[in-house]
Ligand binder design. Structure first.
Ligand code: OSB
Ligand code: MG
Length: 369
């Protein structure tokens, strides 16, 4: 328990190595909000998973900035004694906004753990020191381009390939990749682009022995996913639809999915993500850690989360070089066996490199009581 003396809100921008196309749009750069908190004893860092536009979720960089600057930040600075665990109550007066809340929860937990000299992975109950990594491959202009990217990632050692799909860019994309690589772990992610009317296409994906079909239907739906799951053989995985541990419990009870993508930033931070993990573990449902093209700050947070025992499938925790020409932190590197080491220093174990942070900062504001 400590007092947060000061906070800093930063908006950072980094070019991507290549545009990333999904069913909801194309990203050619990454922009995100970072929070740095200072307590009496330590600093802590959090990265927000919201992006430039409200397309993956209703939150976006400006809404996150406004929520933290106007409501969440002042609430934290006003308290004489805060801990990451007390924030879900403290933040109850702000409805929704889980991505904004996650940024502060993670930053304050990072500061607490740095003060105690404990790593986030150890705090969360890690049962591994390295994490198995997959990679998410954007929609390409041509099938040849897709083949070349997949071949490149497999040569680097990635242990699962996830193809982004969209209506009309699905079976014809998955078929050649499966033909090239009959034995790899292969999955698809539709980012909510289909409806139950498309059941024939989704059922046709059964032929490709996919590890999972991620979020085929509406971003807030559970009931239709349950109907779809009953009609196809492939395991469904939910991403957008899971915004809390309560959502995860409801999804599993309904049979809306058989696998859960846990993104800490989407569910309100690592503490709620741990609760989602616990729901999955108790139900015997495999989980894995999703990504949102995070910089090294969010990547370190995700890697620590993915060390928990219920994360049994390859995670979207790819190397810095898969996303950025230069990361904000020391780069995260993929080992040739497709695993990544989890930082073991206190807290998330990394901080932004000062020169890189200065070069990438677009906007900055100091928050004080
Ligand atoms: O749906 O998992 C998703 C990136 C941005 C927004 C949504 C998603 C993704 C990815 C990339 O698939 C995962 C990553 O490598 O960070
Ligand atoms: Mg997804």
């Amino acid at each position: 328990m400590t007092r947060v003396r000061r906070g800093e809100l930063l908006l950072v921008g980094l070019p991507l190595v290549r545009p990333f196309r999904t069913s909801f749009g194309v990203a050619d750069r990454k922009e995100c909000v970072l929070v740095r908190v200072e307590t009496d004893a330590a600093e802590g860092w959090g990265e927000c998973v919201a992006d430039i536009e409200p397309d993956f979720s209703s939150e976006w960089n400006q809404s996150v900035w406004g929520a933290i600057e106007g409501f969440l930040g002042p609430a934290v600075l006003h308290e004489h004694d805060v801990s990451a665990g007390s924030l879900s109550d403290l933040f109850r007066f702000v409805r929704g906004n889980p991505m904004a809340k996650a940024t502060l929860v993670n930053a304050i937990l990072d500061a607490e753990l740095r003060q105690r000299d404990e790593s986030l992975a150890s705090y969360l109950g890690a049962d591994k020191r390295t994490v198995v990594c997959g990679v998410s491959v954007g929609i390409t202009e041509t099938v040849d381009e897709l083949r070349a990217q997949v071949d490149g990632y497999l040569a680097e050692g990635y242990r699962r390939i996830k193809l982004k799909i969209a209506p009309g860019l699905d079976l014809d994309r998955v078929a050649p990749i499966r033909a090239d690589h009959p034995d790899i772990l292969l999955s698809v992610d539709a980012n909510a682009a289909y409806t139950l009317e498309d059941v024939d296409v989704l059922r046709a994906l059964d032929d490709f022995e996919l590890l999972m079909i991620e979020q085929p239907l509406h971003h807030e739906d559970l009931v239709q996913h349950a109907k779809l799951q009953a009609q196809i053989r492939s395991d469904l995985c939910l991403d957008e639809s899971i915004r809390s541990a309560a959502d995860a419990a409801a999804a599993l009870e309904l049979g809306a999915c058989r696998i859960v993508n846990i993104k800490q930033g989407r569910v309100g931070g690592v503490l709620e993500a741990r609760a989602v993990h616990d729901v999955c573990l108790r139900a015997g449902v495999p989980a894995w850690c999703g990504g949102m093209l995070e910089t090294g700050i969010g990547r370190a947070t995700n890697l620590a989360l993915a060390t928990m025992p219920g994360f049994t499938l390859p995670n979207d925790t790819s190397a810095s070089a898969r996303y950025f020409p230069e990361d904000l932190t020391e780069p995260f590197v993929l080992a040739s066996d497709g695993t990544m080491e989890v930082p073991h220093g206190p807290g998330i174990g990394v901080v932004p490199l000062p020169d890189r942070l200065a070069a990438c900062t677009l906007r900055r504001e100091v928050l004080e009581a």
